[in-house]
Design a protein around this ligand. Structure first.
Ligand SMILES: *Cc1c(COP(=O)(O)O)cnc(C)c1O
Length: 477
């Protein structure tokens, strides 16, 4: 509990103001000499009082609210969550003698999201700079800087920033002239954007199975599914795990296929010491709010090939000729990123190593607290040649996965099921080639909240829910 949030009833407004200034929480809880909670005072209360009376030395007791929201330890989660609203974000927990036992904050104790963007670097500074420069649209210095810095980070020469990860995939397909009559091989276990991009390009997706250890596309299945119409492969580095890029590039070379890496979940992951995105003809990234680094919405295509990168730049900008304004040689799109988004991206990229490290620590902590539970299998992180990064900490649970998800969600922990395997979704069923392993893994998988500022109490809570609630259900079945 944060003791800094508590003031004695005999203190003055200036004391309360100092406390509020220190904690930044906008509120103090007021106790009497018996430690009994007697009132609450907010920053707004103090401000209103001072505007009228201009006296900082007034006793807290004359200004505090004695009618306030509180709860007790015996209340259910549902009961407590209902107490929070637009104005009430922080609630004291009291015992029968009205002494404060704990203070619940919505964002820290009540609802743990599966992800929150970590914007604790120079994001706001750069964003403000971009804003004040008035270059808030898709021209401005941050865009090129982000393209250069990010492609450098990945070990390639060219980056083309776009409005999101889905259009990055679409742009890559179009730039490689993939369309009607072509087949594109995709893994069965991925986010739907991978296959949607293929369908929007007018090509036919071919869904293949994954490897049981890495959960990534299986090169053996790729080989079996290649036909005379196959034009490209889209390996997806799933949940931070790199695909077997040597095997995939070998098949691509043999059959003259393009490789578009879907790196939306794997910024910084490595295969054989090289970053993902640098193996294929084009690597596609997403900077959506829950990805490893974010620009709010955003994406990028990276490539070693200058003319391919240039083609993507033209297609991104309405297919407009670069030397002749308003002249169009191709039917293009507006897939541009804004300078505002790029400014956030530049700041995120400055800290990517520490962001990756923090995420790894979170995964290690989960591994420590859950490692004795034999029903849980963590995503493999010791496959030779592959250096996984942590996007969402991902586990497989032997049985009753959905019961566990329900229990976690009921206690305010936003754990997620894995993606449905594409072939299980009626919309995509007709494109199935193979799905033996993917359908099994998809049904057992859970993504756990992966947040750098996650408090120890949440780790404990998750462990307790698994050990007590879920293990009991599993035992009696
Ligand atoms: C997030 C994601 C995308 C799409 O990225 P957006 O920026 O959300 O459009 C594509 N592929 C995979 C594997 C993803 O996880």
């Amino acid at each position: 509990m944060n003791k800094d949030l508590i003031c004695n009833v005999n203190s003055t407004l200036i004391d309360a103001w100092k406390t509020i200034n220190k904690t930044g929480k906008g509120i103090v809880f007021i106790v009497n000499n018996e430690k009994k909670l007697v009132g609450v005072l907010t920053e707004g209360d103090i401000r209103n009082y001072l505007l009228e009376k201009q006296d900082f030395k007034t006793s807290i007791s004359t200004v505090m609210n004695t009618d306030f929201v509180y709860t007790t330890v015996d209340k259910s989660y549902e009961n407590i969550i209902n107490l929070f609203n637009e104005k009430v974000k922080i609630i004291p927990v009291v015992d029968s003698a009205f002494r404060i036992l704990d203070i619940y904050e919505y964002s820290l104790n009540i609802r743990l999201p599966v992800a929150t963007p970590d914007l604790t670097g120079r994001e706001f500074e750069y964003l403000t700079d971009a804003f004040l420069s008035t270059w808030i649209s898709s021209s401005g210095p941050y865009i090129q800087r982000f393209e250069n810095d990010f492609s450098n980070f990945c070990g390639v020469d060219f980056g083309v920033a776009v409005s999101n990860g889905t259009v990055a995939l679409h742009l890559a397909l179009v730039a490689l002239d993939i369309g009607a009559g072509d087949e594109v091989i995709v893994p069965d276990l991925t986010f739907a954007a991978t296959i949607n991009a293929v369908l929007h390009a007018g090509a036919k997706p071919v869904i293949v199975d994954i490897e049981s250890d890495s959960w990534c596309i299986d090169p053996g299945e790729i080989r079996l599914s290649v036909t005379s119409k196959t034009k490209a492969i889209i390996p997806v580095h799933l949940y931070g795990q790199p695909c077997n890029m040597d095997a995939i590039m070998e098949i691509a070379d043999e059959h003259n296929l393009f490789v578009i890496e879907d790196c939306a979940e794997a910024h910084g992951a490595e295969y054989n010491g090289k970053k993902v995105g640098s193996f294929g003809h084009i690597g596609c990234f997403s900077f959506f709010g829950n990805k490893i680094i974010t620009t709010g919405e955003g994406g990028m295509c990276i490539s070693r090939n200058k003319s391919l990168a240039n083609k993507m730049k033209i297609l991104r900008d309405h297919g407009m000729s670069q030397n002749k304004k308003y002249w169009h040689d191709q039917i293009g799109f507006n897939y541009r990123m804004t300078n505002l988004q790029a400014s956030i991206g530049v700041a995120q990229l400055e800290r990517i190593e520490s962001i990756l490290y923090e995420r790894k620590l979170i995964e290690q902590k989960y591994r420590e607290i859950l490692n004795q539970i034999e029903h849980i299998v963590f995503q493999k992180d010791d496959i030779p040649d592959r250096k996984k990064v942590t996007w969402f900490v991902s586990i497989l649970i032997k049985e009753n996965r959905d019961e566990l998800l329900g229990m976690l969600n009921k206690e305010g922990i936003d754990a997620r099921p894995f993606f449905y395997s594409l072939s299980r979704i009626p919309l995509y069923k007709e494109y199935l080639f193979s799905n033996k392993i993917s359908s099994r893994i998809s049904e057992k998988g859970i993504n756990l909240p992966t947040i750098s500022s996650m408090s120890d109490s949440f780790f404990k809570k998750i462990k307790n829910i698994i050990l007590n609630n879920w293990m009991n259900v599993s035992k009696y079945e």
